[in-house]
Design a protein around this ligand. Structure first.
Ligand SMILES: Cc1ncc(COP(=O)(O)O)c(C=O)c1O
Length: 362
């Protein structure tokens, strides 16, 4: 039988490697209650306001959701300090990344992506026939010079995660200004600010306030991390001018489901939940730093809700031994980093369990 061939560029797309699930590890190692610190989720669970909004919204799930997600976008506009018309909502920020690629890439266009960053940028780009150009980094930092050196007349899109996943570092104000001012006008700059709520670095520059001055700039946001709604899938793109209008043309009409819209709207107004999330994240990071110092493990100070640690040559073995103890972290092998693991910040108890297990394994 003749097989159905995919588009030629599909076959070379690298596989997305997700964090292992609790169920998976419970089954494989018989761990009673695995602790997942692998996907930078919110250890507090969903915001209580979001839960209550979802309960009230259940009765209306036989109806299609609002295709324009008006109330959700209005809440996002209040939260991010922009106008609702400058926002597009997506089924997670993954969908926003996907829409950007489907709207703006033609087969053969080049996409500049720092060498060690969120892997979905490359997948979404290549799915549209985009050709990925890796931008060299300065150690574990995204490097503007590296990005500029990778830009060519064929470059159409540049992806920058600020702060970056998996390194946890962020660009400062000067670096952001330099990037925006040096990139040619017809090249779209995507600033993915999935982790920006967690940043403590004083000279961090979020770009949402800049989109009106730069028609080639879009920022990307998610409620999966700081707002605890990873399982519901809510993300946003923020831009001005015609950028979003073009994306709207191909957006699936009902892409954000009714429960997600209601929960997202409520979570964006839940200041107490966000405050508590930041408090336990920052305390958790500081405690992990202390533990790593005590154990002689180096790490990259993080502006996010996770930290990457240099475990040494045995990182894969340490990752595997932690799994056996029911602690799920993230191996960095798929990022080409063979001596590191990445660990998300959990509750104080989860962080302590991770440190105790790590100490035993080491
Ligand atoms: C930098 C970055 N961007 C985007 C995402 C996707 O988030 P979501 O699709 O859950 O909104 C992630 C998820 O880990 C991420 O780390």
């Amino acid at each position: 039988m003749k097989v159905v061939e995919p588009a030629p560029w599909i076959c070379s797309i690298p596989e997305y490697v997700p964090g292992r699930s609790k169920e998976d590890i419970a089954r494989q190692y018989g761990a009673a209650n695995p602790i997942k610190l692998a996907s930078n989720e919110n250890p507090l669970g969903p915001s209580p306001r979001a839960l209550s909004a979802m309960r009230s919204a259940l009765e209306a799930t036989h109806l299609y959701p609002d295709p324009d997600a008006k109330d959700l976008r209005a809440a996002a506009a209040r939260f991010f300090g922009c106008k609702p018309e400058d926002i597009i909502a997506g089924n997670g920020s993954d969908e926003i990344i996907d829409l950007i690629c489907r709207t703006y890439l033609r087969p053969g266009d080049e996409v500049v992506i720092p060498e060690c960053t969120f892997s979905y940028y490359a997948i979404a780009s290549q799915a549209c026939g985009g050709v990925v150009k890796g931008a060299s980094m300065r150690g574990h930092h995204i490097d503007i010079k590296g990005i500029k050196a990778s830009v060519s007349p064929r470059t159409r899109v540049i992806f920058v995660a600020n702060p970056n996943n998996p390194t946890g570092t962020c660009l400062n104000r000067d670096e952001v200004s330099e990037l925006i001012s040096r990139v040619p006008g017809g090249v779209l700059i995507v600033m993915d600010e999935a982790y920006s709520s967690f940043v403590r670095q004083a000279d961090f520059q979020g770009c949402t306030g800049l989109v009106h001055r730069h028609e080639n700039l879009i920022t990307v946001h998610t409620l999966s991390k700081s707002h605890g709604l990873a399982g519901l899938r809510v993300g946003f793109g923020i831009a001005s001018g015609s950028l979003l209008k073009n994306m709207q043309r191909i957006k699936p009409p009902f892409n954000v489901n009714h429960l997600a819209q209601k929960a997202g709207e409520a979570a964006l107004g839940d200041d107490d939940f966000l405050k508590e999330t930041l408090r336990i994240t920052w305390e958790g990071l500081d405690r992990l730093y202390q533990a790593f110092d005590r154990l002689g493990i180096s790490y990259i100070p993080s502006q996010t809700n996770f930290v990457m640690a240099h475990i040494g040559k045995d990182a894969s073995r340490v990752y595997g031994e932690l799994l056996k103890k029911g602690i799920i972290t993230r191996s960095m092998v798929s990022f080409g980093l063979h001596e590191h693991i990445r660990v998300s910040i959990g509750t104080p108890e989860e962080n302590d369990a991770f440190v105790a297990a790590l100490e035993e394994v080491l």
